[in-house]
Design a binder for this molecule. Structure first.
Ligand SMILES: *Cc1c(COP(=O)(O)O)cnc(C)c1O
Length: 619
């Protein structure tokens, strides 16, 4: 029903007991671990939902997968060069994540990509393999360039990728001042336009990279300053989440043309950096659409290596080292958001009530619909019920019926809808009825902030798989959309990946009193953490990093407590201590004015203090 066998990538599946299970891809023979049990265990340790769960085994697997796929493609194609990937820090800058990527990537000489000064500072705080690269993209000032050049003295292979002719002037002056030579790259703007959500990051109007005219100017200037021998890398970023593998081929082909021409111009290029773009099949549809891809990691690698080999052979050039900057594909799968459902708003009612004597005849007309309700007359009954209820609402607005009468009318309507929902299950090919019932799905109120934890769902209609974590051996009896706990009507999820496509509601189970119901949102490791914001002052969630063990258990590697209220207050320029003082002052004034007893002071101060030190989410 939820399509786990399509999008779960063998990492996430359903266990026989109905729990979501996690598999360790590095140890396929190890028993799967129940995710609800992990959540329960974390709760026992005091790590409450909402919680961002990072599975480091998944991260290790993805780093391994990208690197070995390139190595295998290189073998298959008999490519004479190497692959040397870098992780773009902007995709997930969290220390726990970058530290692990560096560790898991060391056997592959995996490096880092920095797009800003802070990211370069992060990169230089890591011990990379001797021949790993640091690639500096983005707009660079003198300070950025100086640190990049000086870092070479420590053995870092730090490339400064020139984004514009103007940047070259900065590089020349800093290099002269330091008396050191830089390692240089040029960012080439490809004209091939790529499809998908990030189409604007490729082609003529892309804000990054140089066109042919600017490239010629840069080559001339480098030669003039006797620095052309420093130009060793060409960077041509393909885009992000490229849906169609043929776009990869076309763009790589174009990048190679530049590589050949720049080489002819005398640049001793030996690295071809193809940037990001390797997509994640979030929906599992294997289609060239915005949230899917029509290729696998292996296919991507094969296509890249083959295209480069072909172009270099045709130009009789040696095969360069291929660099990619895959961010999304490296980290998306390793994080998931887990939250509990707090309550449900239903748009039907299981129990019947009768109109009372003296009720308006429309209340009786509405109740009468129940007597001719049948599968054959479903559409007619929906029309009638809607008509009578809307008339009743009009009467209520004009003051002809009172609150209790209106409430009886609404309840009768909701009861009819619950019967109609059941009867509609036997109905085929009734789009009108289906569309009507889609408007009556439940709202499940959930303990998370869309703006903090899933910003791309809000901003760019990104789809992530969302699934209940338990009871998946029982047929879901309800359908729902999910709303978050911000006071913003945009804070909702109403597009869901199911086995047969994208739906506006999610099959869920009825909530049971006293029994927690958890949801998981998967593949959120890329971009979401730092892009998220403080809307309504919901802060960072708790974070737990785990490793899946051989025996089917897990180890808690690290825990980071979510923001407290006091922390989020300081982000918006409040001093929590001043807040506390101001509140105390109000209390003392109330006591002086005789409105409050002395003994109340303690209770009030304690309540304020508990809040200010607490979690921003529902506890
Ligand atoms: C954002 C970015 C990436 C990462 O792209 P993904 O699609 O996440 O792999 C790589 N390189 C550059 C220059 C970027 O700006």
């Amino acid at each position: 029903m939820y399509g786990l066998d399509r999008w779960g990538k063998g990492l996430i599946s359903v266990l026989p007991n109905g729990d979501i299970g996690l598999s360790n891809p590095l140890r396929p023979e190890a028993p799967k671990v129940s995710l609800p049990e992990i959540v329960h265990d974390l709760e026992m340790r005091g790590i409450h939902a909402p919680v961002l769960l990072r599975v480091s085994s998944f991260l290790q697997h993805e780093i391994h997968h990208i690197n070995t796929s390139f190595q295998e493609a290189i073998k298959r194609v008999k490519y004479n060069g190497q692959y040397r990937g870098v992780f773009p820090i902007k995709v997930n800058q969290q220390a726990q994540v970058v530290d692990r990527i560096v560790e898991y990537g060391r056997p592959y000489s995996y490096g880092l990509e920095a797009g800003s000064k802070p990211e370069l500072v992060i990169a230089l705080a890591h011990r990379l393999a001797k021949d790993a690269l640091i690639v500096c993209n983005g707009v660079k000032d003198e300070e950025f360039v100086r640190l990049a050049i000086l870092s070479r003295k420590l053995g870092f292979n730090t490339f400064i990728v020139l984004e514009s002719p103007k940047e070259l002037e900065t590089v020349i002056s800093v290099a002269q001042e330091l008396g050191e030579e830089p390692l240089l790259g040029v960012r080439v703007k490809l004209t091939n336009q790529i499809g998908g959500n990030w189409a604007q990051s490729s082609g003529d109007r892309s804000v990054f990279g140089m066109n042919t005219d600017q490239l010629v100017a840069v080559i001339d200037k480098l030669r003039e300053h006797n620095l052309l021998h420093c130009l060793k890398l060409q960077h041509s970023h393909l885009g992000s989440q490229v849906p169609d593998v043929n776009d990869v081929r076309r763009s790589v082909g174009e990048a190679c043309r530049y590589f050949v021409e720049l080489t002819k111009e005398g640049a001793p290029l030996s690295f071809l950096d193809l940037g990001g773009g390797l997509g994640v099949d979030y929906t599992g549809e294997k289609k060239a659409t915005e949230n899917s891809t029509n290729y696998s990691v292996e296919e991507y690698c094969d296509n890249v290596v083959e295209t480069v080999a072909y172009a270099m052979d045709a130009a009789e050039l040696p095969h360069p080292t291929i660099v990619t900057e895959s961010g999304r594909a490296a980290v998306a799968s390793s994080s998931m958001l887990i939250f509990n459902v707090l309550e449900a708003t239903l748009f039907d009612a299981p129990n019947k009530i009768e109109p009372e004597e003296g009720d308006h005849h429309l209340v009786f007309d509405l109740a009468e619909v129940n007597n001719y309700l049948s599968v054959e007359r479903l559409q007619e009954c929906i029309n009638d019920a809607d008509f009578y209820r809307n008339e009743l609402r009009a009467l209520f607005r004009r003051g002809y019926i009172d609150l209790r009468q209106m409430a009886r009318g609404e309840r009768i309507y909701l009861y009819l809808m619950s019967r109609i929902k059941v009867l509609a299950r036997d109905l085929e090919d009734a789009p009108e009825v289906a569309a009507h019932l889609e408007k009556l799905v439940d709202i499940y109120h959930c303990n998370f902030s869309l703006f903090q934890s899933l910003p791309d769902v809000w901003a760019i209609d990104q789809l992530h798989p969302v699934v209940p974590l338990q009871q998946l051996n029982e047929e879901p009896d309800r359908r729902a959309v999910l709303s978050d706990i911000t006071c913003d009507s945009d804070g909702k999820v109403d597009k869901f990946i199911l086995a047969d496509g994208i739906h506006p509601s999610l099959p869920v189970h009825s909530l049971q009193e006293g029994k927690p119901y958890y949801m998981g949102v998967f593949f959120i490791g890329a971009y979401q953490e730092t892009l998220g914001d403080l809307h309504n002052l919901f802060g960072d969630t708790n974070v737990a990093t785990i490793d899946l063990r051989e025996d089917g258990g897990f180890d808690l590697l690290q825990e980071v407590e979510g923001d407290t209220i006091s922390e989020v207050l300081s982000y918006v320029e409040y001093d929590p201590k001043d807040c506390m003082d101001a509140f105390r002052k109000s209390i003392d004034e109330a006591i002086s004015a005789g409105k409050l007893k002395n003994a109340d002071r303690k209770t009030l101060v304690a309540a304020y203090r508990d809040s200010i030190n607490g979690y921003t989410y529902y506890e």
